[in-house]
Design a protein around this ligand. Structure first.
Ligand SMILES: NC(=O)c1ccc[n+]([C@@H]2O[C@H](COP(=O)([O-])OP(=O)(O)OC[C@H]3O[C@@H](n4cnc5c(N)ncnc54)[C@H](OP(=O)(O)O)[C@@H]3O)[C@@H](O)[C@H]2O)c1
Length: 376
């Protein structure tokens, strides 16, 4: 049973520990839940900033609905960072509901989000609880840009891109992120067109030209992103096409090539053989946890172009350190949920539950984001 109102699940992971940094900064006590308490304590001692001033406990739990429900009971909010969510997320969503907790997570995986919406949206709403996937850099920053564009009257069509810079020799992503990225090859990726979700072609790609860059940025649907799912049930928006690009290295070309190879060679293999392919890709690209991000290295540009009949607008959110920003976004959501302030229960995005202006303000005040809006 959790002694404190906030649970961080995935407490030994890169993003879970960055979330703790921000909870400690805001003086919010938390219960860290993970499958190995001893290793979690060691990892936290190495990685969590200001741990000496934190009020916390560590609970060990198995990744089953029963064990997690027991661990979560007593808390109000579960911050779930155990991914790939398509493999692990639903168990945690079910446990949080059974324990009477709001559930926010750091996914960017469309197929998991669709499953959460269909299986748990109504149940969370009935319980007066929020289930909000993707309270994370990807794709809250792009959604903030989209919401800023939608502030212009008449906008009903959106195109967005999340463009990130990392270390030159790798994408600088965590082990969990690499696993989630390669899982995307198994999933359908959707965009929204005339209020309907449609599947992207397997080899879909975009060459984004943006005033922030000298060269076009090669982008991919990256699973489709969370935006088409959140805007599908939004009367303001008829279409939404979203993409992602790491612009400082060739990782996107590599993933694009792999998606085509997957379609040609692996898509009909038995699940266990596919698992082995995914595992070897993760092991070879991301052998260990990356170091903490640096503001001089990790930078991002999230752009949303909005179009109406004649209205046209471009909103841009410049950001830094996406994983550190993810911890900040989780904490911004926690603050609202602990105070009982949410505009939505059931399945809803962070922007819809707390307001995109609140989330942007929280990031801006901490030097993590800056937004501009230009009428075109
Ligand atoms: N959308 C975004 O912008 C964004 C940002 C950050 C993170 N994320 C996502 O968040 C997820 C986690 O990322 P991360 O950076 O924290 O990765 P990570 O450092 O690899 O951490 C993964 C965490 O999940 C736990 N875990 C893995 N398999 C488990 C299992 N079978 N049972 C129980 N726990 C398990 C790990 O526990 P052990 O230590 O015991 O293995 C660890 O605590 C990924 O899906 C990533 O894509 C997304």
């Amino acid at each position: 049973m959790a002694k404190y109102p906030v649970v961080v699940y995935g407490a030994s992971g890169y993003t879970g520990m960055l979330t703790m940094d921000w909870l400690i900064d805001q003086n919010i006590p938390f219960t860290a839940v993970a499958r190995n308490a001893k290793r979690t304590q060691e990892m936290m001692a190495q990685r969590v900033v200001r741990l000496e001033s934190a009020t916390y406990e560590i609970i060990e739990a198995e990744h089953t609905v029963e064990s997690l429900t027991k661990a979560f009971k007593g808390a109000k909010v579960v911050c779930n960072t155990v991914g790939p969510f398509v493999n692990f997320g639903i168990t945690t969503v079910e446990a949080a509901l059974k324990a009477g907790c709001h559930h926010i997570d750091t996914t960017g995986e469309q197929s998991y989000m669709l499953q959460v919406r269909e299986q748990f949206g109504a149940l969370y709403a009935q319980a007066g609880l929020l289930v909000s996937p993707s309270v994370s850099y990807m794709y809250t920053f792009s959604e903030i840009a989209a919401e800023l564009a939608l502030e212009t009257q008449g906008i009903d069509a959106l195109e967005t891109a999340a463009m990130c810079r990392g270390p030159r020799d790798s994408a600088g992503v965590s082990v969990g992120s690499a696993a989630s990225i390669f899982e995307l090859m198994r999933a359908k990726q959707h965009y929204l067109w005339e209020n309907q979700l449609r599947a992207h072609a397997v080899d879909a790609s975009f060459n984004i030209i943006d005033a922030n860059f000298i060269q076009p940025v090669f982008c991919l649907p990256w699973g489709g992103t969370s935006l088409p799912i959140y805007f599908e049930k939004d009367s303001r928006v008829r279409s939404c096409i979203s993409s992602v690009g790491f612009y400082d290295n060739n990782v996107m070309q590599m993933v694009h090539g792999l998606a085509k190879k997957w379609d040609a060679e692996y898509k009909d293999l038995p699940r266990e053989q596919q698992d082995a392919v995914v595992k070897s890709l993760v092991d070879s690209t991301t052998p260990s946890m990356p170091p903490r991000e640096r503001t001089s290295l990790q930078r991002s540009v999230d752009v949303a172009i909005g179009r109406g009949q004649l209205a046209a607008v471009r909103a841009t959110v410049h950001g830094i350190t996406p994983y550190i920003s993810t911890g900040a976004l989780q904490t911004a959501a926690v603050i609202k949920l602990l105070d009982g302030e949410t505009n939505a229960v059931g399945f809803a995005s962070g922007s819809k539950a707390f307001g995109h202006r609140y989330l942007l303000g929280f990031l801006e005040q901490r030097g993590l984001a800056r937004a501009t809006v230009t009428q075109l």
